[in-house]
Design a protein around this ligand. Structure first.
Ligand code: SAM
Length: 244
């Protein structure tokens, strides 16, 4: 049926394309792709033959209007280069416009590097903040980290190899030596997860920038709230000191 289909695609291993995602791509009458060359391989793998049009969040309002016309009339699939569209990837403006126009929107869930990293990091998963990419410059990066430093949740960042050491160093400087994990090349041949304190990880990766795609997971602040019992204990100790 007509509508906008948000299709998650593999983040490294083609076998992670779900049967439903493949079928949706095969049935789509138009495919909006972040980069046509990148998606061509996946579409061939899925046996999808619909025409492809480039779509990203810098696309013009005119492009978006054309896309909305298509969505009203036929099955239109949105894919990004890898993983779940809209998650540090294009699509938000289009989904918002489709929602406001009352058009049907369907999600075909699947791989997402942030969620996959959380499942292997060994850090709390009950509350987490996905913070996307940190700014490239150190001052802006430290400010961005400072804004979320007090949040009582694990923090999840996307990062690239060359910047990893600097980002870990800034995370350690602003957040202190929290538990963290660097998760790399998920679902690929050289998948690895290195867990440790932020300071050690910063030293390790500062010396040797790794290759490939990376997710950083940082544990929540580990300071304990001061309880009434703590205050009573401290008060008793102080009074005991004072008595002759
Ligand atoms: N939409 C994608 C998703 O659902 O994960 C993310 C797109 S974002 C432009 C690309 C970033 O995601 C990379 O720089 C990296 O931080 C992370 N990423 C993507 N694939 C990955 C993988 N296989 N292993 C680790 N991180 C990955």
């Amino acid at each position: 049926p007509p509508g906008l289909y948000i299709v998650a695609t593999p983040i490294g291993n083609l076998s992670d394309l779900s049967p439903r995602a493949a079928e949706t791509l095969r049935r789509a009458e138009l495919i909006l792709a972040e980069d046509k060359r990148v998606s061509a391989k996946l579409l061939a793998h899925a046996g999808a033959r619909a025409p492809m049009v480039t779509y990203h969040d810098h696309s013009s309002d005119e492009d978006r209007r054309k896309a909305l016309d298509a969505i009203a009339a036929k099955a239109v699939a949105l894919v990004s280069d890898a993983g779940t569209p809209l998650i540090s990837d294009p699509g938000y403006k289009l989904v918002r416009a489709a929602r406001m126009a009352g058009l049907p929107i369907f999600t075909i869930p699947g791989p997402c590097a942030a969620i996959a990293a959380l499942t292997v990091a060994g850090l709390p998963t009950d509350r987490f903040l996905f913070a996307g990419f940190l700014p490239a410059k150190s001052k802006a990066r430290r400010d961005a980290i400072g804004e979320i430093a007090d949040i009582k949740a694990s923090l999840v960042f996307y990062e690239s190899g060359p910047r990893l050491g600097d980002s870990l160093a800034d995370l350690a400087a602003v957040l202190g030596d929290r538990d963290a994990a660097v998760v790399r090349e998920i679902s690929k041949l050289h998948e690895e997860c290195v867990a440790g304190g932020l300071a050690d990880l910063a030293t390790q990766y500062g010396d040797a920038p790794p290759k490939g795609e990376i997710v950083i997971v940082v544990g929540p602040p580990n300071e304990r709230e001061t309880t009434q019992e703590d205050l009573d204990t401290a008060l008793r100790a102080a009074l005991a000191e004072m008595s002759p």
